[in-house]
Ligand binder design. Structure first.
Ligand code: SF4
Length: 191
């Protein structure tokens, strides 16, 4: 349990619709918020889902030589802050060039506990705040306009245009028995 992360899913092959460049995605399980029309409601229940060894996720990230970064979404990543810090420390020690983008339902100023502060040290861009469906403007790489795109380092500063005007796209992954939509939908596409 100690060296595992409770995940909802992974996108190990990478996607181009959750941040600049091709990115590995980790969706964690469990969120203390319950935003109306959350685009990932299956990630809300705080329950054990796929307990996945940190080591295996690190290896999977390091074995993907096409990605430019990692996106962590949910569920609520800060519920597993210390485990995600460990994962990012291990990855960035070997590939410091990878960028890290994290979506959280907490506002930045509420992330004031020690483990949250430690996790923030590994994050280049934080998109904060709960999703409010009526404020979904369909443009920026965030669910709704109350949320903020916060550049915690300069690593992705050159990509500001992507975050503010070009980032909204969807990708559909079709597998034998399922179809998954990745990306941030506009309001009318939300369920
Ligand atoms: S914070 Fe994010 S994952 Fe949690 S309920 Fe809101 S939209 Fe869904």
């Amino acid at each position: 349990m100690k060296d595992t992360i409770n995940i909802l899913d992974l996108c190990e092959s990478g996607t181009n619709v959750l941040g600049p460049g091709k990115r590995y995605v980790i969706w964690v399980q469990g969120c203390p918020f319950n935003c109306e029309k959350c685009t990932t409601p299956e990630g809300i229940p705080i329950r054990l889902n796929k307990l996945t060894p940190i080591k295996s996720i690190v290896e999977s990230i390091l074995n993907n030589h096409e990605i430019e970064g990692i996106t962590i979404s949910g569920g609520e990543p800060f519920l597993q802050a210390s485990k995600l810090s460990k994962l990012l420390a291990d990855v960035l020690q070997i590939k410091p060039e990878l960028s890290v983008l994290v979506f959280t339902g907490y506002t930045y100023k509420r992330l004031d506990w020690a483990k949250a502060k430690d996790f923030l040290r590994y994050i280049d861009v934080l998109i904060d705040g709960q999703y409010i469906d009526k404020l979904n403007n369909g443009k920026e790489l965030k669910g709704s306009s109350n949320q903020k795109i916060i550049f915690l380092t300069d690593k992705l500063r050159d990509e500001e245009d992507y975050f503010y005007t070009k980032g909204r796209n969807l990708e559909v992954i079709v597998e034998a028995s399922s179809q998954t939509i990745i990306g941030i939908p506009s309001r009318q596409l939300n369920h």
